[in-house]
Design a protein around this ligand. Structure first.
Ligand code: ARG
Length: 568
């Protein structure tokens, strides 16, 4: 699509001798669009041009003969150059792009040739898939889709927590009282009980704790019996996680968990040792990070067992070599902020090209709160993710039943609406903010919600269906769009740019906000304008606008992982 900012910078550059790139940095978008589509604060040029801002602004205005292909008009206000773009060019370009790209509208190839790893979900074997993992999964999937849509070669990895000392404990617990629990039926609940019980025993009896540590050591050394039990835990847990992934329709390119790096850790230790970075501390081997005011990173435990961090370091080495990544994005909650700061610091000592070290990115996010406060296992306010998703669907079903009892495929629609509502709620605001979980808010069809966007989409569908309409841009009247739908049209134009911004910031909520804006603008347009008017040109224009809105809503929600019903 045409980059108007760049085009404007180009025109101004010609008459000022200031570089296009520099001007692009200065040109901003005024908050109030009556002040123009773009503005150049001329005081930024005053020093370089040795003239007062007002004079610069006036001179530029004089020199550029409007209208040009890209600029309709220029106004000077208080040393600001307010620039109005040529809407006709914009609309024409929008229509062309929409027709050429169709359901790929908004995509781009800026990512071609670049490799992006998105690591997300990463639950722990034998432990509950908790609401934090849900949040993580939804954010990670959205980022994955966004990068892919911009042409990046994107690699999605589920870094399962399938290794670590807890398995020593679980194995011990399983040995002692596994027979009392029905693992097949409810693996994670049952394993959690075993875990709690063995932990209690460890506190009472030091020798049990010793046995647990010993089990993990054995597991690391490839002991047959321990490995077999571990495999069983893993299979059973994965089956349970898969149920949630199926509901959310989430996929990964690789399910390479921590255990994948077992044979890759010795090299990490060797490199760090060679670089004199490993220090002994009470029998353990650590990397001192005092100089960064951070606690040390433990690489090898005192009994020789490996650590979570060592596996992460091995993963960095492996991923750099295997995927030659430009970015390796870790979607992980804020409780691990320190771990990633330490990890990225120590990654500097792995003899890797700087490109890889600089490409490591921790995308952190806030926690999920009930409207009554924090979820807590102890207080019994922890919600099981699977139950929560099922509840979302059944609540959506009740609402749909009430609104449209004769709807076909009610179950399918309820699934799309219920799950869509939860996903949208998760991505509606900056991800660093805590997510508040409130059914009434997220399922409100009139609120800034997933169902609201779906509702608007369904409206576009029904408008087109009633009109028996096949999109045809050649029947569109540019004037009608400019006069009656300028704001909406410009918003539609911004889609690609919005996805780029959201990707640069790793912030899917930029897309969520955008979709709400589109839905609202279309809602207003629909209320103010009859679509099925007699005038054929106007009718076709309004229908095409409707088509564009529906298309963008569908693509945008698709990026977020939300499915659209055709009716609701
Ligand atoms: N399994 C961990 C957890 O549930 C998250 C893993 C994060 N990724 C990583 N590379 N350390 O807390």
């Amino acid at each position: 699509m045409i980059n108007f900012k760049e085009k404007i910078a180009e025109s101004i550059s010609k008459v000022t001798n200031i570089s296009k790139e520099e001007l692009e940095n200065y040109i901003e978008k005024p908050k109030d669009n009556r002040m123009g589509d773009f503005a150049l604060p001329c005081f930024k040029l005053a020093k370089e041009m040795k003239k007062p801002p007002m004079q610069i602004a006036n001179e530029i205005k004089e020199e550029i003969e409007v209208p040009t292909e890209y600029i309709k008009n220029i106004e000077v206000v208080n040393g600001f150059l307010n620039i109005f773009i040529n809407n006709e060019t914009l609309i024409q370009n929008l229509l062309d792009e929409m027709e050429n790209k169709k359901e790929e509208y908004g995509s781009s190839n800026i990512g071609n040739g670049k490799n992006i790893i998105v690591e997300y979900s990463s639950p722990n074997i034998a432990k509950p898939f908790h609401i934090g993992h849900f949040r993580n999964t939804v954010i990670g999937r959205a980022l994955y889709n966004m990068y892919k849509f911009l042409g990046y070669n994107t690699i999605g990895i589920n870094h399962l927590g399938d290794w670590g000392t807890q398995f020593g404990k679980l194995i011990e617990g399983y040995k002692r009282f596994g027979a009392e629990y029905n693992l097949e039926e409810n693996p994670i609940d049952e394993l959690t009980k075993i875990y709690v019980r063995i932990n209690a025993l460890c506190k009472e009896d030091e020798s049990v704790l010793e046995a647990c540590r010993d089990n993990f050591k054995k597991l690391e050394d490839g002991d047959e019996y321990c490995t077999e039990i571990w495999k069983k835990f893993k299979e059973l847990s994965l089956k349970e996680f898969q149920r949630i992934y199926d509901i959310l329709d989430v996929h990964f390119d690789y399910n390479t968990g921590e255990s994948f790096y077992i044979d890759k850790m010795p090299e990490v230790v060797d490199i760090l040792r060679k670089n004199n970075k490993l220090v002994e501390s009470e029998g353990a081997e650590i990397v001192d990070l005092e100089y960064k005011n951070m606690s040390p990173l433990m690489v090898v435990k005192s009994n020789g067992s490996t650590t979570y961090a060592a596996r992460d370091l091995a993963a960095i080495l492996y991923r750099a070599r295997t995927y030659d990544f430009d970015k390796c994005i870790y979607v992980v909650g804020s409780e691990q902020n320190l771990h990633f700061e330490q990890l990225f610091e120590v990654a500097k000592y792995l003899d890797l090209d700087e490109k890889y070290v600089n490409g490591l990115i921790h995308v952190t996010y806030g926690m999920v709160r009930l409207k009554t406060g924090k979820m807590s296992t102890r207080e019994g306010t922890m919600i099981k993710v699977e139950d929560l998703l099922k509840e979302a669907v059944s609540r959506a079903k009740v609402i749909i039943e009430g609104k449209n009892p004769n709807l076909e495929d009610k179950d399918d629609v309820a699934k799309k609406v219920g799950i869509g509502a939860v996903i949208f709620n998760d991505l509606a605001n900056n991800i660093i903010k805590d997510e508040v979980f409130d059914w009434d808010i997220m399922l409100n069809f009139q609120g800034e919600t997933g169902p609201y966007i779906q509702y608007m989409y369904v409206r576009t569908k029904s408008v087109m269906e009633k009109a028996n309409y096949t999109p045809n841009k050649d029947m569109v009247d540019l004037n009608e769009l400019e006069e009656n739908a300028e704001e909406l049209v410009k918003k539609l134009y911004e889609f690609e740019d919005t996805i780029k911004q959201a990707t640069e910031k790793n912030e899917p909520s930029i897309i969520s906000r955008y979709l709400i804006d589109i839905a609202k603008l279309y809602g207003n347009f629909y209320n103010d304008n009859k679509i099925m008017v007699d005038d054929e040109k106007v009718r076709n224009t309004r229908l095409y606008l409707t088509y564009m809105v529906g298309n963008v809503l569908k693509i945008g929600t698709g990026l977020l992982g939300i499915k659209m019903p055709n009716k609701m």
